[in-house]
Design a protein around this ligand. Structure first.
Ligand SMILES: [Zn+2]
Length: 294
């Protein structure tokens, strides 16, 4: 009898595990006040999105909608993913579809802290029709307005505008583009390491490629120190109208009239460090995990 019961139990558990790992909630109703320029595109299956397919095992109760935004001749495609039981919370922008592990980190963040994220879909490529989605935040453009409106729908006003990126290992120029590293700095980009910087593949929080970006019109050393004290490397971008590169950070600082921007980066594929950084940044921002007793 016991073995029969056990067998039944095992089969039942196996079946329910299959059910929970085998699907992702999709096509949920969008929030009412979401930007009217946004169009919802029906997903016949989550398998239509490589990002969802890759992360289906960990999506839990998050829901994913595919949305589009038309801007001139360009149609931008996104996945809007949010925590349906805790929609208010930190919200992340993921402009680069080639930075795959950032998506896994965003899934973790939305499950752990509520809120959600918006990820550009571009067949796994960094650019969309030759354009960098993180260089398209022009003043008063429908792209900028819509993305900020979506973020504002989910994030409580006291939280910053936040982005997740990953970057290539090292600091030398590769393929004509300078890769992000704590070892690179310029007049407008200052490096504030939390401690010793390690080079090489995936060295965790001390890796030269593990860093958060802050941005503002002036360097705010007090703020930098808060993050450094938590063991996080900081790069601070000094933004001016003249140096404006139409990136999200520049848009927030120049046109949102506050310096409330954080981008969390690791080397490609280093999800465990990325998650650790999320937890530390959330602690600094006073956000508690939704799984903690309030
Ligand atoms: Zn990026």
């Amino acid at each position: 009898m016991i073995t029969k019961k056990l067998l039944f139990h095992t089969i039942f558990m196996g079946a329910s595990l299959l059910l929970t790992t085998g699907c992702v909630k999709t096509n949920c109703p969008l929030p009412d006040n979401l930007d009217h320029r946004v169009k919802k595109v029906h997903l016949n299956s989550y398998r239509e999105s490589p990002d969802l397919k890759r992360n289906s095992w960990s999506m839990g109760s998050l829901c994913a909608d595919r949305i589009t935004l038309k801007e001139g001749s360009q149609t931008w495609k996104f996945l809007l993913v949010w925590n349906t039981s805790h929609p208010k919370g930190p919200f992340w922008y993921l402009p680069h579809d080639n930075e795959e592990s950032a998506f896994a980190t965003a899934v973790y963040a939305a499950k752990q802290y509520g809120g959600g994220f918006l990820a550009v879909e571009s067949n796994g490529q960094r650019y969309v029709s030759g354009r960098d989605p993180n260089r398209n935040f022009k003043k008063d453009s429908s792209y900028s307005k819509t993305i900020c409106r979506i973020i504002d729908t989910y994030k409580p006003s006291h939280l910053p505008y936040m982005a997740l990126h990953t970057n290539a290992e090292g600091y030398l120029k590769s393929g004509g583009y300078g890769t992000v590293s704590m070892r690179r700095y310029s007049k407008n980009m200052h490096s504030f390491p939390a401690g010793n910087i390690k080079t090489g593949r995936k060295k965790g929080l001390e890796d030269e490629d593990t860093l958060i970006y802050l941005a503002g019109k002036q360097i705010e050393r007090e703020k930098v120190k808060k993050f450094n004290d938590m063991g996080l490397n900081v790069k601070f971008e000094k933004v001016t109208k003249r140096s404006n590169d139409n990136s999200m950070s520049n848009c927030i600082v120049l046109y949102k009239h506050h310096d409330n921007y954080i981008n969390i980066e690791t080397e490609h594929g280093d999800v465990s460090t990325h998650k650790k950084m999320i937890d530390r940044v959330m602690k600094i921002l006073g956000q508690r995990s939704i799984y903690m007793v309030r």
